[in-house]
Design a protein around this ligand. Structure first.
Ligand code: IVH
Length: 663
């Protein structure tokens, strides 16, 4: 098959598989097979830049960096909705608008997704722009980031209008949110407060490659344009489903306000079973002609309204404040409540977040407190019944010593939380280090999970990361009935982890502020663990992307004798502590240069050239900018790249000239 035919085939296959997985939730191939097809497409497109396609499935992996988002006016204003909180208010709404048009009204009820609203513009079946709401008149252009969301089609199927907008909500499902926060905690970042903040933060990130790793999703609920297929809102949505959009299946037509209220009550109860947050129901007039007739007020359409669920609130007694020590040493105060039924579940505990929160609400043991469960999963205390307070009650004195290891707690400026500084000997922190060490992105020992860590730690088999490698099958067998396979897998997993490259081993050590990226930078610069151990703070600070905070943390980690012993033992066990031969630098002739490889070459393959660039200290970059030092141009270099290089005065050099530069 010719390359262009294969590219077309791969694009259409990948598009269908994305749709099956992210919209229909019914994948038909394995993740591995999908990745293979995608990789093949990426390779082919790189080899044939003439077939560049801005909406190819390969563009979903992101990569473009955005300094600041462009502000773009909305073609149709993005309005908000009026709110109601009771069935009486809904009946008033029905009466009000029925009177306006003097006819019975059919409604459409939709879930009100608690995320970030987005407006997508399609022209000739291709996504050309994605704007946030902004101030309603103009929004931020977040197209590059939105393209990484796999349930949003980049190209449409079937019979779609030439030009239209579709609006919806970008959100994070609960499981994705929890996973993301877990990863943030293990990277020493403050977790997001709720899925909405996480979604909105993700959309505003500057690196679309990072956005592509966030499990964002998008429901669409509103079409705008001059050539919509029907005059009925619901029918348009069903049609848009055929074009490839993720249209919610809960959306329901209701032919009376009683039916609307039934829908509202049903979801008020059932919303807790959903895998994402909703904060109400949106009720819309189904007939677009009637919508037109009713029009808008200054802020919102007259033909739609939101019903906001009340966050159920109950009052109960706060028996005791206890404290949890997290895997990173962060202290979380917990309210232990007199058990009470709230939104269908028995609530016994609520998070108090930090000492500021306790101070702000002046929460004290013995108080009668109000507990609320909104969209969020964890109940929260929203207030104290001060008039019921016991006369002799005293303000809460916050914890000063760790409940697990008795170390004096610290709180650094600008940090909301208190921390236990005893990283090496505080039990939850030790377990946290083990979990981080075996994590997929670190040493990837899938045969060991948190429960196994707990089991081995509490039975005294592992105290220090290196103890894992002293484990023998016979040590493990007593812990599990018929545990032969279990024990074998653990030993095998640990053995395999010895092949994990240096940068991931360094990341696995859990040095504060040394995440995946910093590990890569350090390994590229220093090549061997001994060089990192011997580097001074000043030397480290001189490395690109390493600041004072990181440098201090690295030096402090390696100046600790226990950590030095740990490295020695891990080395003896055969873990990788130096860079592979093929990645070692040969010279620094290209140091500080950003280089682009474009086109097809005679002597070397593109991958070989990229390796040569790295071996001589240069940086491979994907797209041309003012910062590009030069382009190594082969045959068939893409015309758009050529034009861009010329307009930015970026020099082009041949393969020959390039080889001369480094010899
Ligand atoms: S329709 C002119 N439908 O709620 C009407 N909005 O307060 C446009 N929202 O900004 C909105 N789910 O972000 C509509 N099914 C739904 C919705 C929904 C959530 C959000 C949306 C909007 C806000 C209005």
């Amino acid at each position: 098959m010719r390359a262009d035919e294969r590219i077309i085939f791969l694009k259409s296959e990948l598009k269908q598989h994305n749709y099956n997985y992210y919209v229909l939730d019914k994948p038909t191939i394995s993740d591995y097979d999908f990745d293979m097809l995608l990789e093949e497409l990426i390779q082919l497109e790189q080899k044939h830049p003439e077939f560049y396609d801005i909406n190819s499935p390969s563009q979903r992996v992101g990569g473009e960096l955005i300094k600041s988002f462009k502000t773009v006016p909305h073609k149709y204003r993005m309005l908000s909705l009026g709110n109601t909180y009771s069935s009486e208010e809904l009946r008033d709404f029905d009466k009000r608008i029925t009177k306006l048009v003097e006819t019975d009204i059919e409604y459409v009820c939709e879930l009100k997704y608690d995320g970030v609203s987005i407006s997508l513009t399609y022209e000739n079946g291709e996504l050309i722009r994605a704007l946030t709401r902004g101030n309603g008149v103009e929004g931020d252009d977040v197209t590059t980031n939105v393209k990484t969301i796999k349930s949003i089609p980049l190209k449409l199927n079937g019979d779609f209008p030439n030009s239209f907008e579709i609006r919806g909500e970008i959100f994070l499902p609960h499981n994705g949110f929890e996973e993301m926060n877990k990863a943030r905690i293990s990277d020493d970042l403050e977790p997001f407060a709720n899925p909405r903040n996480a979604a909105s933060g993700s959309l505003k990130m500057q690196d679309s490659k990072e956005v592509s790793k966030r499990p964002l999703d998008c429901f669409l609920y509103y079409l705008l344009g001059k050539e919509l297929p029907y005059q009925i809102h619901y029918d348009n949505l069903q049609e848009a489903k055929k074009w490839g959009f993720k249209i919610p299946s809960e959306t329901t037509v209701c032919n009376s306000i009683d039916k609307v209220i039934e829908f509202v009550n049903y979801w008020d109860e059932k919303r807790l079973n959903l895998s994402y947050d909703i904060d109400g129901i949106v009720i819309k007039v189904n007939d677009l002609k009637l919508q037109d007739q009713m029009g808008f007020t200054a802020k919102s359409p007259r033909w739609a309204i939101a019903y906001k669920f009340k966050s159920e609130q109950v009052s109960t007694t706060l028996n005791e404040i206890t404290y949890q020590v997290g895997r990173t040493g962060a202290i979380t105060p917990v309210a232990n409540l007199e058990p009470i039924l709230l939104a269908g579940t028995m609530v016994k505990r609520a998070s108090l977040h930090n000492s500021d929160q306790i101070e702000k609400l002046d929460i004290r043991e013995g108080d009668k407190v109000f507990v609320e469960k909104g969209g969020e999963i964890i109940p929260k205390i929203v207030g104290v019944a001060l008039k019921d307070r016991n006369l002799f009650s005293q303000p809460t004195v916050y914890l000063s010593y760790c409940t697990e290891c008795n170390s004096k707690l610290i709180r650094t400026e600008g940090d909301a939380k208190h921390y236990c500084p005893n990283e090496l000997h505080c039990p939850p922190q030790i377990k946290g280090r083990f979990e981080h060490f075996i994590n997929k992105k670190a040493l990837n020992v899938v045969s060991i999970g948190p429960e196994t860590i707990d089991l081995l730690y509490s039975n005294g088999l592992i105290k220090n990361l290196a103890d894992l490698y002293d484990l023998k099958k016979d040590d493990l067998l007593p812990f599990k009935k018929d545990g032969d396979k279990w024990a074998n897998n653990i030993i095998l997993g640990l053995e395999e982890s010895k092949n994990i490259p240096f940068e991931r081993v360094l990341f696995a050590l859990g040095i504060r502020f040394v995440g995946e990226t910093v590990s890569k930078v350090l390994v590229k610069e220093y090549h061997h663990i001994d060089n990192i151990i011997n580097a001074t703070k000043e030397e480290l600070e001189n490395v690109d992307e390493i600041g004072e905070k990181i440098a201090e943390s690295v030096v402090s980690f390696f100046s600790n004798d226990e950590n030095k012993t740990l490295i020695l033992r891990l080395k003896e066990h055969g873990l990788t502590f130096e860079i592979g031969e093929d990645k070692k630098a040969i010279s620094d002739k290209l140091l500080g240069m950003s280089i682009i490889i474009s086109g097809v070459f005679e002597m070397y393959s593109r991958d070989e050239l990229k390796k040569i660039i790295e071996q001589h200290g240069g940086k491979n970059v994907g797209s041309i900018s003012k910062k590009t030092t030069f382009v190594v141009a082969g045959q068939n270099m893409g015309p758009s790249k050529l034009k861009k290089a010329e307009s930015l005065n970026v020099p082009l050099i041949s393969e020959d000239e390039f080889i001369k530069k480094i010899s």
